[in-house]
Design a binder for this molecule. Structure first.
Ligand code: SAM
Length: 227
């Protein structure tokens, strides 16, 4: 509904979905994923992105672009959120670890699809704001933690899926260790300031990892708080 300001989240969301569908198709030759599943599209359609961006960015909330959220961080591009969610291929009983909560937007999309999302963010202010936002929107199957998500989250491991929304110079070993056999890890790998490689890793039933390059992407860096 239009709130009188000319901003109509419903029609903006429909427009965004069409953009995401088109971009998925256009990159399908590279990713091998030209079509998003209905459940991922429905989850994306159900999350009000304008709640996850600063007020000054609201007019662009449904543009298919990343936006600044403060502290030098960004809310991810919806197409990339949809693609990473699709690649994770998690079902309704899954328990997922997200590294890099940021605004909580990707967390909310995941929370609509799985049993529980554990999300780790290293900047306390962002973690607090995201946790509050998610609670206000009624997401009651999310736990947000503060710390270096590159260390995984041993207390809640193993996970059916692990999704990293910041670029890692190398794949953190703990994230592989905390993945169940049959589970998937979706992670951008590469150096900051350059194009990175979005990778899909899967752990087979014997615990052997298989890695596939999906798409060139640009993410803020995963910052390791090494002891
Ligand atoms: N998925 C988020 C969203 O939709 O709003 C966007 C995440 S933003 C691109 C990346 C986030 O990763 C930032 O909030 C950043 O502070 C966080 N981050 C970077 N290094 C981290 C680490 N080692 N552990 C946890 N979070 C980290």
């Amino acid at each position: 509904m239009n709130d009188g300001s000319g901003f109509d989240p419903e029609s903006e969301r429909q427009y965004l979905l069409q953009r995401v569908i088109a971009e998925t198709r256009e990159t399908g030759g590279t990713t091998g994923c030209p079509v998003l599943s209905r459940r991922v599209l429905e989850a994306l359609a159900a999350v009000p992105r304008h709640y996850f961006v600063p007020a000054a960015q609201r007019d662009w909330a449904y543009a298919d672009i990343p936006l600044p959220i403060g502290r030098g961080q960004t809310i991810s591009q919806p197409f990339i959120v949809a693609l990473m969610t699709e690649l994770l291929a998690v079902g309704p009983d899954a328990v997922v670890l997200e590294v890099g909560t940021g605004s909580g937007y990707q967390t909310a999309v995941l929370a609509r699809l799985v049993r529980w999302v554990y999300s780790m963010e290293r900047i306390p202010e962002l973690a607090d704001a995201a946790a509050r936002r998610l609670q206000e929107l009624g997401y009651d199957n999310v736990t947000v933690g503060v710390g270096d998500g590159g260390q995984g989250w041993e207390e809640h491991a193993p996970f059916d899926g692990v999704i990293v929304t910041a670029a890692a110079a190398e794949i953190p070993p703990a994230l592989v260790q905390h993945l169940k056999p049959g589970g998937r890890l979706v992670i951008p790998v590469g150096l900051p300031g350059r194009t990175q490689d979005l990778r899909l890793l899967s752990k087979d039933e014997r615990g052997v990892m298989h890695s596939h390059s999906m798409l060139p992407v640009v993410f803020v860096p995963l910052i390791r708080d090494l002891a």
